[in-house]
Write a protein that binds this ligand. Structure first.
Ligand SMILES: Nc1ncnc2c1ncn2[C@@H]1O[C@H](C[S@+](CC[C@H]([NH3+])C(=O)[O-])CC(=O)[O-])[C@@H](O)[C@H]1O
Ligand SMILES: O=C(O)C(=O)Cc1ccccc1
Length: 236
């Protein structure tokens, strides 16, 4: 279904409710520049590190697109676990996983409340940005502690620039991108307002610092388009 969520006047903050879930795949494809390419790269980098029966967690799995694609592309059998606290998203995830014949353990929980035991790979695309600072740092520490030795954390985030001129230009570029995706100025500004104080982006440097402070030995940007970035972090 086509995303028209912000075509009408909205007074509430952005939520991952039934209305958003019902159009979510279209929303993500049209709101995140190069979403498919970012997903393809995350999966390719991930596959390179995975072995038979490894445990893979997707934090903020939404409709499970990434885990389903991963299972299609990886030559190994994997234990797939998707965590999200939106029931509407998980209902769709469950239907999609069944349709694609992929076995995923879907858990409805807050990311702070579950343990990610013995993980080889933890994925989290465009989700940490919704976790409040301090809690986010705590969560990344938990991710680090849960990973096996040489475990991998791949995540994507909307980022900001510490240079105000470049930051403004990045926002303008992003809005031009959204217009090319068929969103009107009204929809763009409505969503911007709804996301205020809900989506809290860090700079690329702040993201890397958070990762290294948690204990990871290496963190690299594997993809970036203006203010959207994908990182890979490696545990020693
Ligand atoms: N505290 C939380 N606990 C659990 N889930 C949460 C929490 N906060 C947010 N979520 C969940 O994180 C997901 C973020 S969307 C991820 C896209 C996906 N990774 C994809 O590549 O398809 C990104 C976006 O919409 O920008 C939503 O499904 C929320 O319900
Ligand atoms: O659409 C936006 O304005 C964004 O900042 C990115 C985004 C994409 C999909 C869901 C939530 C936020």
């Amino acid at each position: 279904m086509i995303d028209k969520v912000f075509n009408k006047s909205i007074t509430k903050q952005f939520e991952f409710d039934e209305e958003v879930a019902s159009v979510f795949d279209d929303m993500l494809n049209r709101s995140v520049p190069f979403y498919k390419e970012m997903q393809r790269l995350s999966i390719n980098f991930a596959c390179n590190f995975l072995n038979e029966n490894d445990k893979v967690y997707d934090l903020g799995c939404s409709t499970a697109s990434t885990l389903i694609e991963l299972s299609k592309h990886c030559i190994h059998n994997l234990q797939l676990i998707g965590i999200d606290n939106s029931e509407a998203m998980l209902n769709r995830a469950s239907k999609k996983a069944k349709a694609f014949g992929v076995d995923i353990n879907l858990i409805n929980a807050d990311l702070h409340d579950v343990s990610y035991d013995d993980a080889k790979l933890i994925l989290s695309n465009y989700t940490l940005q919704f976790i409040r600072p301090l809690q986010r740092e705590k969560l990344v520490k938990k991710i680090y502690d849960s990973l096996q030795e040489k475990g991998i954390f791949i995540f994507s985030e909307k980022v900001i620039s510490s240079n105000s001129t470049l930051n403004k230009q990045s926002i303008d570029e992003y809005y031009e991108f959204k217009k090319t995706q068929g969103y009107s100025e009204f929809e763009i500004s409505q969503k911007r307002e709804a996301l205020e104080n809900v989506l809290i982006p860090y700079t690329e440097e702040e993201n890397k610092k958070m990762i290294l402070d948690a204990g990871f030995s290496h963190c690299e940007t594997i993809f970036k388009w203006v203010n959207f970035a994908t990182f890979i972090a490696i545990k020693k």
